[in-house]
Design a binder for this molecule. Sequence first.
Ligand code: GRG
Length: 289
Amino acid sequence: MRQAAKRVETTLSQALAQPTSGAEKLFAAMRYAALGPGKRLRPALVYACGQALGGRAFDPASCDAAAAALECIHAYSLVHDDLPAMDDDDLRRGRPTCHIQFDEASAILAGDALQTAAFELLLASSTESALKLNLLQELAVAAGGRGMVAGQAIDLDAVDKTLDLAHLERMHRLKTGALIRASARMGALLGGADCGQLQAVTRYAEVIGLAFQVQDDILDVTADTATLGKTQGADAARNKPTYVSLLGLDGAREKLDGLHGQAIDALAQLDGETRLLRQLADYIVQRSH
Ligand code: GRG
């Protein structure tokens, strides 16, 4: 993860280095959002899947644009999620949220520009054209109204409602799962995955995506504010359904164990070197922030 973080931060830093004249504040807000102290989980998945499928011939540089594009979309989603019209959060990654550090209009624009920067990064990459089109499609579908944005809409609609487990799962598959799935699939495509391998990677990513959210819900009620980098119990306090509110803490932990097992089973279908993917699955269920 450290190596992935270093690579993606270098790519993002270069991509956002030259502000458009007169739009210095916009670029400062974009850099603040994209280069803040995040875990870079999605880039790590891109590189790990690329390596698992690409084997010895794998060159991490081939994944730099995809990794940075995913982090741009992720950063934009967090900036917009924190806005007063959405979750209205003051704290993110242990620092003031983008609209508190700058102002609301700048945060909206920084999110907008980060979203399109993702596609610019992919378009400017030296990836072969047919593969590039596949990557663009993966990202566009995962990020938009058939993926993450749809999940966010369902989530906002769920406040004060009772969702059952199937509904909750569908919302998370879209809201956080779609981008995690796209990260793994884009890495696998860059590593030259065939159809069967892509299916196994997709299954792995779908279950770790859910596991990530279950652990997020557990941490929301168990970790302290300093460790979390955000307000503890924020999701529960917003009266949104969570895995903990539906299953209880022990039930959510059991669910997490089951998903971890399914991720390891999915990796058994891959013939490549899957050590890093196994470690990422372990990290997702054991993480403390
Ligand atoms: C506003 C269009 C739009 C979408 C927002 C993903 C999302 C949709 C909102 C995020 C809300 C949230 C905090 C969800 C919980 C799971 C999650 C995505 C946490 C943040 O991701 P991490 O932990 O963040 O990978 P870092 O800071 O490490 O990059």
